[in-house]
Design a protein. Structure first.
Lengths: 438, 306
C-alpha cells in the first residue's frame, strides 16, 4: 500500500509540473517592469573580446565598481554570438529573461517589434543624460524611425580599408585607393603569381549584406522604400550587388576561392600576405593574433565614387555596433536604468571601447587619444561622417538572409566561371525579394 | 476483496510506469503538441512575446508550404527530394560499410582490437569538431581534399569547389557516411556474436564457400537487427541538422539543402515560426507514414518466412 501511495504522489506531482510548465509561456509584457527585486540585476553581455573568459575578466571589475556605487549586484552572463539571438528570442517567448542585455544594433527594429524591450522615451533618455550625448547615426540604429528607441548605443564600429603596406610598395603603389576605380586598378597590379588584390568573405551572409548596403547607398538604392516594402531589384541595388561580385567576376581582383569563405579566412589570407586589401570592421586584433606587426598594415576609409566620404552617395560604411537594452518585464526597473547610465557614462565608455577596439557612441568619450590612433581615427571619422545604419525594419533578419544568400550564390556563380550579368544579378535578387513576401 | 488484490497486482506495474510516462509526455509530447498548435498560428516576431494570443491562421501556413508553384513550396519540395536522395544513399552506404567491416573483423587476427577502436572513432568524436575539420579539408584553395585530388593525383583539371554548387551534395554525403557508419558497424558486430559458430562449421563441412556462408547464414541471421538498424539510420540521416549546419552555415547550397536546415532557415532565421512549424509537422507526418509502412512491410515479410 505504501508503494502505491508513493507512486500516486509521484504521478500527481509530475502531472502538476507538466501542467505548470505548459502554461509557463506567453507571460504578458503589458504590465511592464517592477521594482520587486532592487538589489540584483542580471546582465547578458555579448562576446566582444577574444573569448567569453576574457569578457568576464574585462567586465568583472566594472560591475564591482557599479556595485560599490549603488549597492546593486550584477550577475553577468557572457553569451557567444551564435547563441545570442536564439537566447533573446527564447527569453522573449517565455518572458523569463535578463534585466539588461546587449543586442546587435541591426536587430533593434526586429526586437522592438516583439515588444519585449523597454522603450527609451524622453523621460528614460533624460535619466541617462539625454539624446544629445550620443552620436546621431548611432542613435538611428536603435529602432524603427519615428518610434522611441528600443535600446541605447554602447559600442560602435564602422568599416575601413585595411591594406598590406609591403605588397603595395612592391607593386609600386604609393597611397591607398580612395575611389573604386583606383581600388580596381591597384588590385589588378597586385593580382598575379598567386597574390590577389582584395579579399572577400563570400559565404558569410552578414558581411555580404554590409558590403552590398554601403555600395547600394553609393548607387542611390536603399533596398526598402519608405513604406518598408523591399525594392531589391531596383537599378541601384542591382548595380551595387553586381559591382561587388564583379571584383571577382570581371575585375578578377578577388580570388575565386573566397566565394566559400565564411570563417574569416579572408583575414588570414591578408595576414599571410596572400591578399593585399580587405574591407573590415576593427580587424587590428585579429591581424596581430595572426602574427602581423602593427606597422605591416595601413588603414584608410573605404573607397567612394568621389574619393571623399560623406553623406548620401558618399556613404562608405554601415553603422555597426552593439546596443544595450532593458527587458521590459525586469523586476528592477530603477536598477536597470542606473546600470545603463553607468555603462554609457563617459568613464566606462572610454575604458570599455578602448579595451574592445571599438569607438564610443558617446561623443564626450571620443576625445580620448586612444580613439585618435591611425586605425581608430579612420573608424571614428567614418562613424561621424559617412556611416549609415542598416534599414531599421522589423524584417531586417529576413533581409540579411535572403539578400546575403543571393550574394553568396552569385559569388559561387562567379567562382565557377559562370557569367554574372545584370540580368542574372536581377534574377537572384528577385528570388530574394519573393522570399521576403512569405 | 480478492478481485481488488488481483487488480492491485496487475495494476502495480502500470502505476510504476506512470511517472516515466508523464515525464515522457512532458519532454516529448507536450512540445510536439505546442509545435502543432503553432503551425496553425501566425507566429512572427510581432507575436512571439504573446504567442498564446497570436492570431489563428487556420491552414494558411500549410497552404503556403505545399503551394509548389510559389517560391516557398517549390524550394521545400526541392529540399524534400534532396533529403530523400541523401538519406537513402547514407543508409545504403552506412549499412554496406558497417556490415562488410563487421564481417571482416569477425576473424581473429593481430590488431583486431586496434582496428575496431579506429573504426569507432568517428562515432566517438564530438560532431562539431569532426564536421568543422571536414569543412576545412573540403576548402578549395587550402583544403587537403583538393591537395590530394588536384595537386598530387592531378585527377581534376581545375580545383573544384566542394562546399559550393553541385559537389556540395557529395561532400555532405561523405561526411554523413563517415560519421554514421561506425554505428552500423557496432550494431552488426554485436549481432554477429550471437550467431552460433557451429552453423558455419556445418556449412563448411558441406562445402559452402565464404560467399555462400554469408548469403545463407550471416545475412538471414542479421535480418531482425537490420530491420531496426535501417530504420534508425534513415530517421537519423533524414533529420540530420548538425552536419549541414556546421559544413555550410546558415544558407546551404541548393544541391545540399536538407529539410532540417531548410526548416531552421524558414523559422529561426526569418523569425516566421508558424511556417517553420507547419513544415515540421509535415515532416513528422511523412516520417510517421514511412516508419509505419516500413514496419508493416518488414514484419509481414518475416511472418511469411516463418
Amino acid at each position: 500500500m505504501r508503494i502505491l501511495r508513493a507512486a500516486t504522489v509521484t504521478a500527481t506531482v509530475t502531472a502538476l509540473a507538466a501542467v505548470a510548465a505548459g502554461c509557463g509561456g506567453g507571460t504578458s509584457f503589458d504590465d511592464g517592469g517592477s521594482d520587486d527585486s532592487p538589489r540584483t540585476l542580471t546582465y547578458w553581455a555579448s562576446n566582444q573580446g577574444p573569448n567569453v573568459e576574457a569578457d568576464k575578466k574585462i567586465l568583472g571589475p566594472e560591475l564591482r565598481k557599479f556595485e560599490r556605487q549603488t549597492g546593486i549586484k550584477v550577475k553577468l552572463e557572457v553569451i557567444p554570438w551564435p547563441e545570442l539571438l536564439n537566447r533573446i528570442l527564447a527569453a522573449t517567448t517565455s518572458g523569463q529573461g535578463p534585466d539588461v542585455l546587449n543586442i546587435g544594433n541591426t536587430w533593434s527594429a526586429s526586437l522592438q517589434a516583439t515588444g519585449a524591450l523597454l522603450p527609451w522615451d524622453r523621460k528614460n533618455l533624460d535619466a541617462i543624460g539625454g539624446r544629445d550625448r550620443f552620436l546621431a547615426p548611432a542613435l538611428e540604429a536603435t529602432g524603427a524611425a519615428g518610434k522611441d528607441p528600443a535600446a541605447v548605443p554602447l559600442y560602435s564600429l564602422a568599416y575601413a580599408l585595411y591594406y598590406n603596406k609591403r605588397m603595395f610598395q612592391e607593386a609600386g603603389i604609393s597611397k591607398p585607393p580612395a575611389t573604386w576605380d583606383e581600388l580596381v586598378a591597384d588590385g589588378k597590379r597586385i593580382s598575379k603569381d598567386g597574390k590577389w588584390g582584395l579579399g572577400a568573405e563570400g559565404g558569410q551572409l552578414t558581411n555580404n549584406i554590409h558590403q552590398a548596403f554601403a555600395l547600394g547607398k553609393q548607387h542611390g538604392a536603399d533596398f526598402f522604400d519608405r513604406t518598408g516594402k523591399p525594392t531589391f531589384t531596383s537599378d541601384g541595388a542591382v548595380a551595387a550587388v553586381k559591382q561587388y561580385i564583379d571584383f571577382m567576376a570581371k575585375d578578377k581582383i578577388i580570388a575565386p576561392g573566397n566565394a566559400e569563405y565564411g570563417q574569416n579566412q579572408s583575414l588570414r589570407d591578408f595576414a599571410t600576405g596572400r591578399t593585399a586589401m580587405v574591407l573590415w570592421q576593427a580587424a587590428a586584433t585579429t591581424f596581430a593574433a595572426d602574427g602581423m606587426k602593427p606597422g605591416d598594415w595601413g588603414v584608410a576609409p573605404v573607397p567612394v565614387p568621389s574619393g571623399t566620404p560623406g553623406t548620401g552617395r558618399q556613404i562608405n560604411s554601415m553603422l555597426a555596433g552593439i546596443n544595450i537594452a532593458v527587458f521590459k518585464n525586469t523586476r528592477n526597473l530603477q536598477g536597470a536604468r542606473k546600470f545603463v547610465k553607468f555603462m554609457t557614462s563617459d568613464t566606462e565608455q572610454r575604458l570599455l571601447n578602448k579595451t574592445y577596439g571599438s569607438i564610443p557612441p558617446v561623443k564626450a568619450a571620443q576625445q580620448d587619444p586612444a580613439f585618435n590612433r591611425k586605425d581608430t581615427r579612420v573608424l571614428r571619422e567614418t562613424l561621424i561622417r559617412s556611416a549609415a545604419p542598416l534599414p531599421q525594419i522589423a524584417e531586417e533578419s529576413q533581409f540579411e538572409t535572403s539578400v546575403g544568400t543571393a550574394v553568396k550564390d552569385l559569388f559561387a556563380d562567379a567562382a565557377a566561371g559562370h557569367p554574372v550579368t545584370t540580368a542574372s544579378v536581377k534574377a537572384r535578387l528577385a528570388k530574394a525579394q519573393q522570399q521576403m513576401a512569405q | 476483496m480478492r478481485g481488488f488484490t488481483r487488480l492491485r497486482r496487475v495494476g502495480l506495474p502500470y502505476l510504476l510506469l506512470l511517472p516515466a510516462l508523464l515525464l515522457e509526455l512532458l519532454v516529448h509530447l507536450v512540445p510536439m503538441v505546442i509545435g502543432i498548435v503553432m503551425s496553425f498560428k501566425e507566429l512572427t516576431q510581432l507575436h512571439i512575446a504573446h504567442w498564446g494570443t497570436a492570431p489563428w491562421k487556420a491552414l494558411g501556413n500549410y497552404r503556403v508550404t505545399v503551394d509548389f508553384d510559389a517560391p516557398v513550396g517549390a524550394t521545400l519540395l526541392h529540399s524534400f527530394v534532396v533529403t530523400c536522395a541523401f538519406s537513402l544513399l547514407t543508409v545504403g552506404l552506412c549499412w554496406l560499410l558497417g556490415t562488410a567491416a563487421a564481417i571482416f573483423l569477425q576473424e581473429n587476427f593481430r590488431g583486431r582490437g586496434l582496428l575496431r577502436a579506429v573504426f569507432l572513432t568517428p562515432y566517438a568524436l564530438p560532431v562539431y569538431a569532426a564536421v568543422i575539420t571536414w569543412a576545412f579539408l573540403f576548402q578549395r584553395d587550402n583544403g587537403l581534399v583538393n591537395h590530394v585530388l588536384h595537386d598530387q593525383l592531378q585527377l581534376t583539371g581545375d580545383r573544384p569547389f566542394w562546399l559550393l554548387g553541385d559537389n556540395s551534395f557529395l561532400a555532405l554525403l561523405v561526411v554523413s557516411v563517415w560519421k554514421t557508419w561506425p554505428f552500423a558497424f557496432l550494431v552488426v558486430m554485436a549481432a554477429l556474436q550471437s550467431i552460433p559458430k557451429d552453423l558455419y562449421e556445418a556449412a563448411a563441412l558441406d562445402g559452402a564457400g565464404i560467399v555462400r556462408q554469408i548469403r545463407r547464414i550471416t545475412l538471414p541471421s542479421l535480418r531482425p537487427i537490420n530491420q531496426v538498424l535501417l530504420l534508425v539510420l534513415f530517421l537519423w540521416s533524414f533529420n540530420d541538422f548538425n552536419t549541414p549546419y556546421v559544413l555550410f552555415g546558415k544558407a546551404a547550397p541548393e544541391a545540399a539543402d536538407l529539410l532540417s536546415i531548410h526548416i531552421y532557415q524558414s523559422s529561426f532565421v526569418t523569425w516566421n515560426f508558424g511556417t517553420g512549424s507547419a513544415m515540421s509537422v509535415l515532416l513528422l507526418l511523412f516520417l510517421l507514414v514511412v516508419t509505419a509502412g516500413y514496419l508493416l512491410a518488414t514484419s509481414r515479410g518475416r511472418k511469411s518466412d516463418g
